[in-house]
Ligand binder design. Structure first.
Ligand code: IP8
Length: 235
């Protein structure tokens, strides 16, 4: 399950975490008996600093320091709630998913986050959404994209009703349409999510895109209930 940057931070204020909500969300993981991998985005920490630095090569430490501050907030909330979270930099995934499995096998909740990772001669950003897609190979039951809107809308959030269900093909077609229809700022995020959701669902894993700023939805997702927009292969 990913907790998007727009859920756990206030995107309008640099380096501002929604600490109260983060604590509530962590509380919902207490007593969860199944296996869970957490992923979180960068919000007003990573994205803010990544925009400010001239290049990732130059600003790698600054961007990562901001992400580590947000990771610290998440870890503190986990400690207070009594959830055994184990933060892992996603650069480990460039080699394999083995460490994630080892952490799971020890009964902990691996927590990965959007981060700067080596690429070519320099660095690039690995988003939380990319991390979800890379982890889907672990034969997970379902993947959740926790956002700050209650699903995927035909045009834009709040206009009409969110889709209840999409096939991978429908999700891809919608990604094309949304990307072409409006500015990248508004829809780039959702188009990219839809493409990743389509690929994950194509491999047979159920994907849910839902509003994680309501902690009850996190409960529903963990219980395997339908929440938000479901992307699923129809065989
Ligand atoms: O919020 C981006 O992760 P995302 C992380 O999942 C950085 O796109 C470092 C900007």
């Amino acid at each position: 399950m990913k907790l998007g940057g727009s859920v756990i931070t206030d995107k309008r204020r640099p380096r501002t975490a929604r600490e109260g909500l983060i604590r509530e969300l962590m509380q919902r993981l207490v007593g969860w008996e199944g296996r869970l991998i957490l992923v979180h985005g960068g919000g007003s920490f990573g994205h803010y600093e990544a925009r400010r630095v001239g290049s990732l090569e130059e600003g790698v430490t600054r961007v990562r320091e901001a992400m580590h501050e947000l990771v610290g907030v998440m870890e503190r909330a986990a400690v207070e709630a009594g959830v055994r979270v184990y933060a892992l930099p996603p650069a480990v995934l460039l080699r394999s998913v083995n460490v994630v499995v080892e952490v799971l096998e020890r009964g902990c909740v691996p927590m990965l986050y959007g981060d700067v990772v080596p690429a070519g001669d320099g660095f690039r950003i690995m988003s939380g959404d990319e991390i979800l897609e890379r982890l889907a190979v672990l034969r997970v039951d379902r993947v959740g994209f926790g956002m700050d809107v209650d699903g995927v809308y035909p045009e834009r959030p709040g206009v009409g009703e969110p889709f209840k269900e999409l096939t991978p093909g429908e999700a891809r077609a919608l990604a094309e349409r949304l990307e072409g229809a409006a500015g990248v700022d508004v829809t780039g995020g959702i188009a990219e999510k839809l493409r990743r959701a389509a690929r994950i669902a194509e491999a047979g894993v159920e994907v849910l895109l839902f509003d994680a700023s309501d902690p009850d939805n996190v409960d529903r997702f963990l219980r395997g209930e339908r929440v938000g927009t479901r992307v699923v292969r129809r065989d």
